[in-house]
Design a protein around this ligand. Sequence first.
Ligand code: FAD
Length: 329
Amino acid sequence: MSKDIYVFIEQRDNKLEKVGIELLGKARELADDLGQEVVGMLIGENVKGEANILFRHGADKVIVVEDPRLKEYLSEDYADMVYGIIEKYEPEIVLFGATSIGRDLAPNLAARVHTGLTADCTKLEIDPESKLLMMTRPAFGGNLMATIVCENFRPQMATVRPGVMPSIEVDKADGEVIEDKFEFSHKEPIVHLREVLKIESTKKDITEANILISGGRGMGGPEGFDALNGLAKELGAEIASSRAAVDSGWIEKSQQVGQTGKTVRPELYLALGISGAIQHLAGMEDSDLIIAVNKDDGAPIFDVADLGVVGDLNAIVPKLEELVRKERE
Ligand code: FAD
């Protein structure tokens, strides 16, 4: 009899990735609806010390699997461990981040345990009658939202993009830590990791930023984005963009917000020269405070903005930068 909601906790260099913490919050809500428990799956080498963090964010139990072979993520070895957990503990639901690791691991496991997987979900709910997990994701190029259920196989599995689910903090310092071990399917790893090459980037991931200054086609070109650096420095902000700016080659894809970009929920989202297409709003409308600058007073971005400024951003941005500088002095 399958039960409980399991969350794959992603870590890199033994540092927990935000997405696992976010998923625990959603798992807590689903588990409460089902009267079940939330279990974190923490896999790596010397990762046990991180378990306490998971209890504070909604986990009731944490299954820790440690082995020197699990120091870095390798598809086969990690899939062996999660497969071991699924076979032994029979979870009702298993959630993964839709990151490069989660997108590799989850389908591998879905095939192994012979169940379904809904990728890139934006909403997860329990159907009050059937108690099935309703997994909602954009379909047909984002033109409609599809809600998918997995009726006949267990566990029900989903991946969720980073930044979509808000994390929670609960007043709970500890819980049950279960240390377990599972067999690797190959005595020797079939893939040997020679070296990890890290891209040195001075840019912070936009999903981690508290303040985002986001530019659209209205920036007029790459030089428009260069002109945002001063304001970004004054505000301690990161620069993001709409897809139009990415498609025009003005800014990197990693900075794109929206349905086919990243989902963000910063404390402040400053939207400059962005019209507010539905696909853009999908990635930022849950920001705490949205300020929009647009020369068109009918731009849909104003429908979601807490504060709107109608005007030419080329005149407004330098004034804003000046104002913030004076405030900070
Ligand atoms: P525009 O719509 O061209 O708007 C530019 C705005 O700038 C206008 O409102 C204009 O009034 C204003 N402006 C111009 N000059 C100035 C000035 N000097 N001062 C002030 N305001 C000015 N889009 C995304 O952003 N993210 C996504 O992830 C995404 N995914 C998509 C997925 C699909 C399947 C599809 C079909 C589309 C997707 N899009 C996405 C594209 C989306 O539909 C819009 O085309 C895009 O968001 C428009 O970008 P924009 O607002 O920068 O440009």
